[in-house]
Design a protein around this ligand. Sequence first.
Ligand code: MLT
Length: 200
Amino acid sequence: MKHIFQQGSNPAKPTFLMLHGTGGNENDLLAIAAHIDPEASVLSVRGNVSENGMPRFFKRLSEGVFDMEDLKVRTEELHEFIGEVAEEHGFDRSNVIAIGYSNGANIAANLLFTYSDSLKGAILHHPMVPNREADLPDLTGVPVFIAAGTNDPICPAEESTDLDKLLTSAGANTELHWEDFGHQLTMPEVEAAKAWYDKL
Ligand code: MLT
């Protein structure tokens, strides 16, 4: 997968797995990674799917309707890819925190829905429930920050509240943060994510 890897200055810090939104790329969220923790390593990945030239992490049939088979395959592909890059660059595979926006948050959520040990934690900006049929793994103690917009036309409020409930019932420690905005990734929610991360 196309990606950028930046070695952090402090090997005890996590590696941030940065996952962009539809039409974005691996450069989009680098400034957010640096803002959340400038000492962390960064693995920023470009989605392997192209929707009319717009990179995504998995196919969709229409807005908000996912191609579930592709989501499954792409989630496995991303999970394996993180392991390969960890071996190549020597970072701790068990200390990876995903930071995703929109489509990137959705595949990060599906990593959590699929594996108990793929992510040490996650910051999900404007995610949806990736799979309502999933039998979630044990996520005891996994910290997850969810940022949502009260006027988000792409992610209705129940997507955020349902995701929060599903993750909590699997044992995750979630924080659901609301902003009175739409689908855009806002500076106040990044600041809220940083305050959450600083307390981990
Ligand atoms: C998705 O397809 O993952 C969601 O609809 C969010 C987006 O627009 O990318």
